[in-house]
Design a protein around this ligand. Structure first.
Ligand code: ISC
Length: 388
């Protein structure tokens, strides 16, 4: 176990259980308190439930915030906040406490083994529309702290990378359990809607960013030319175009992806834009249709979900779900819930996944997921010694 510099906090969580923060490069949303819960349900009914919620007379902000779980059949967790609030800086809360990586779940060697089994399964899949072509496999790290972990402070630290959208979203917990949040720094926009204008900015295909211009140039040239990564990326773009096409009168995507950089990663990215056919297609409905894309799940969706259940030894919960907001007009922003940790009490569980296709190599996917942990590890001050 490697002890490391830490981050911390307060002696009691107090009233921050319903803290919600979503800080995008161009928009900051912070809310406090809980006015009313949206009746929970699966992604397929999200649009209807949100429309029914706003159709009823209510007091409080015309806003729902929250999270969709990875599995679209599981219950989501959205609520109307009590009020909009100022974003906390978090600086005053900082103290140092020991933080350590307590466990790799699964160990890197087991993850490599699962990737190898997945590749065999993909190679053996019979040809046809229903054939499994891509599966996103994830692994986790459990990190423990001597003190309660402040989700807001972690988000503030993650926000030192100005390219990402940081988030703190409360998660459902069993009665009597400590409050829990999903805290992360995502580079990926699932869908945004303003009036009839729709944008999605999917990412898939990745390389570690090392911070040396010459070496990064080699990596990005290789990424842009990699058939394996372009293939992995194309599945995501096609799924989003397929999901949006019936709802849009116009839809555009460039023929090839471009590069998208975070402080620690390079990704292939495609900006998809469209115009909705009707005003009553809300951002919640769009998120319900598109989630989970092949950037976090695979292709085809149901077969990939089944493969993930069989190959991953943990429940993703809200990791690789979506976080965001929607208002009564149907506008809203939904981000893919990656580069994140589930924070509860003195522990947090970090997650990272990688898209697996027939050409994937287990050792490279272990390294890619190790690189994807770095956003969180850097914010927590935990070095990479145990990451691989
Ligand atoms: C599933 C994750 O990343 C997705 C987003 C960008 C690139 C990805 C990739 O190259 O595999 C993943 O699809 C994660 O960070 O946990």
């Amino acid at each position: 176990m490697s002890a490391a510099r830490a981050i911390e906090v307060r002696d009691s969580i107090g009233d921050i259980a319903s803290l919600f923060r979503l800080h995008a490069p161009d928009r900051r949303l912070a809310t406090d308190g809980l006015q009313a819960r949206l009746p929970s349900g699966p992604a397929a009914t999200l649009g209807e439930r949100v429309a029914a919620f706003f159709a009823a007379p209510r007091i409080g902000p015309d806003l729902l915030v929250g999270a969709l779980p990875f599995d679209p059949h599981h219950d989501d967790a959205l609520y109307q906040p009590a009020r909009l609030s100022a974003s906390a800086s978090g600086a005053a809360l900082s103290t140092l406490e020991p933080l350590l990586v307590a466990a790799e779940l699964p160990p890197a060697a087991d993850y490599a083994d699962a990737v190898a089994r997945c590749v065999s399964r993909l190679r053996e899949a019979p040809a046809g529309d229903d054939a499994l072509r891509k599966v996103v496999l994830a692994r986790g790290l459990r990190v423990e702290s001597a003190a309660l972990i402040d989700p807001n402070l972690l988000a503030v630290r993650l926000g030192s990378d100005a390219s990402v959208t940081t988030y703190v979203v409360p998660l459902p917990v069993a009665s009597g359990d400590a409050p829990a949040w999903l805290v992360g720094a995502t580079p990926e926009l699932l869908v945004s809607r303003r009036g009839r204008a729709v944008v999605s900015h999917p990412l898939a295909g990745s390389a570690r960013r090392v911070g040396n211009a010459a070496e990064d140039r080699l990596r990005t040239d290789a990424l842009l030319a990699s058939d394996k990564d372009l293939h992995e990326h194309r599945f995501v773009v096609e799924a989003i175009l397929d999901g949006l096409a019936p709802l849009c009168s116009q839809l555009q995507a460039p023929p090839r992806p471009s590069l998208h950089a975070t402080a620690t990663m390079w990704h292939l990215a495609t900006r998809i834009t469209g115009t909705l056919k009707r005003d009553d297609i809300s951002s919640a409905m769009l998120a319900g249709v598109l989630h989970p894309t092949p950037a976090v799940c695979g292709t085809p969706r149901l077969q990939a979900l089944q493969a993930i259940r069989e190959l991953e030894p943990f429940d993703r919960g809200f990791y690789a779900g979506a976080v965001g907001w929607t208002d009564a007009s149907g506008d809203g922003d939904w981000y893919v819930a990656i580069r994140c940790a589930r924070v509860q009490g003195h522990a947090m569980h970090l997650f990272a996944g990688a898209g697996i296709v027939t050409d994937s190599q287990p050792a490279l996917e272990v390294d890619e997921t190790a690189a994807k942990f770095m956003a969180l590890r850097n914010a927590l001050g935990i070095d990479d010694a145990r990451a691989a």
